[in-house]
Write a protein that binds this ligand. Structure first.
Ligand SMILES: Cc1cc2nc3c(=O)[nH]c(=O)nc-3n(C[C@H](O)[C@H](O)[C@H](O)COP(=O)(O)O)c2cc1C
Length: 223
C-alpha cells in the first residue's frame, strides 16, 4: 500500500467486529511500528496488548470503577484545561457530527455517558492496546509515543486492520495500572482499539475534516 493511500484510508473506527486477530499479525504490526523514530533513539514505547480474558477483566474493572468508584477520572498528568479557540470549535464539530450519526440528541447526558463508556470496551475490538512511558522522559517521551502510535495505525491499516487512538484510557489510570501491573514510574499515555471495522455501523461513516495548510504552516525565507 502506498503511504498516501494508507494515510487517506486510516480513520478512527468506533465499532468493531469481534473477529479475532492472529497473534502473529499483532506481533508483526507492533514490531514493524517500532521502526518509528524517537529522540536519541530511546524507543520509550511500552505497549500492553490485551485480548480474551485479560481484556474482559480490564474492561469490567474500569467500567465498574467508572460507575461506582471515587471520582478520580482525570489523567495522572496535566491534560485539557481551559478550552479555547480554535480548538473548541473543532472539538464541537467532531462531537456534533459523531453524536448525530449515533442518533444521540444534544443534552442527553445518560446516552452521552453510555457512548463515552464504549471507549472502555475498546468499541468491541478484540484487541486493546495501552501505551505507557517512563515518567523521567518528560514531554519528549509523549512525542515519541505519539509517533509510534501513528506508525502502528498506518501499519495496521496497510494490513487491513482498523484502529482508534483513545486518550480516554488515561482516565481511570489507577485501575488500569493495577490490573495490568504497570509500574508506578510510567505514565499511562493512551489506549487504542485494534480490529476489523463493522462496516454496517453508522458511526464509522464519520469523516473528520482538516484545516487548510495556510491555517497551520508559516513559511519563512521562500522567494
Ligand atoms: C491522542 C489521541 C487521542 C484520542 N482519543 C480518543 C478517544 O478517547 N475516543 C475517541 O473516540 N477518539 C479518540 N481519538 C480519535 C480522534 O477523535 C480522531 O483521531 C480525530 O477526530 C480525527 O479523526 P480521524 O482519526 O478519523 O482522522 C483520539 C485521537 C488521538 C490522536
Amino acid at each position: 500500500m502506498h503511504i498516501d493511500d494508507a494515510l487517506r484510508a486510516r480513520k478512527s473506527i468506533r465499532a468493531f467486529r469481534p473477529d479475532p486477530i492472529p497473534l502473529d499479525l499483532v506481533n508483526e504490526i507492533l514490531e514493524t511500528a517500532s521502526l518509528a523514530p524517537s529522540g536519541t533513539n530511546v524507543q520509550p514505547w511500552k505497549v500492553h496488548v490485551v485480548t480474551g480474558e485479560a481484556r474482559r477483566r480490564l474492561v469490567a474493572e474500569v467500567l465498574a470503577h467508572r460507575e461506582t468508584g471515587p471520582d478520580d477520572s482525570g489523567s495522572e498528568f496535566p491534560r485539557l484545561s481551559k478550552r479555547k479557540e480554535p480548538f473548541l470549535s473543532r472539538m464541537r464539530k467532531l462531537g456534533k457530527d459523531m453524536y448525530s450519526l449515533l442518533g444521540i440528541p444534544k443534552g442527553d447526558e445518560s446516552a452521552n455517558w453510555r457512548q463515552w463508556g464504549r471507549n472502555y470496551m475498546f468499541f468491541d475490538a478484540p484487541i486493546g492496546l495501552i501505551f505507557s512511558v517512563d515518567k523521567d522522559l518528560g514531554y519528549m517521551g509523549f512525542v515519541d509515543i505519539g509517533i509510534y502510535m501513528q506508525t502502528l495505525m498506518l501499519v495496521a491499516k496497510s494490513r487491513g486492520l482498523d484502529s482508534c487512538a483513545q486518550g480516554a484510557w488515561n482516565n481511570y489510570w489507577t485501575v488500569t495500572r493495577r490490573v495490568l501491573n504497570i509500574p508506578e514510574d510510567e505514565y499511562i499515555v493512551c489506549g487504542m482499539s485494534l480490529g476489523y471495522a463493522d462496516e454496517t455501523a453508522p458511526v464509522n461513516t464519520l469523516v473528520s475534516e482538516r484545516e487548510p495548510l495556510s491555517s497551520f504552516a508559516a513559511f519563512h525565507g521562500f522567494e
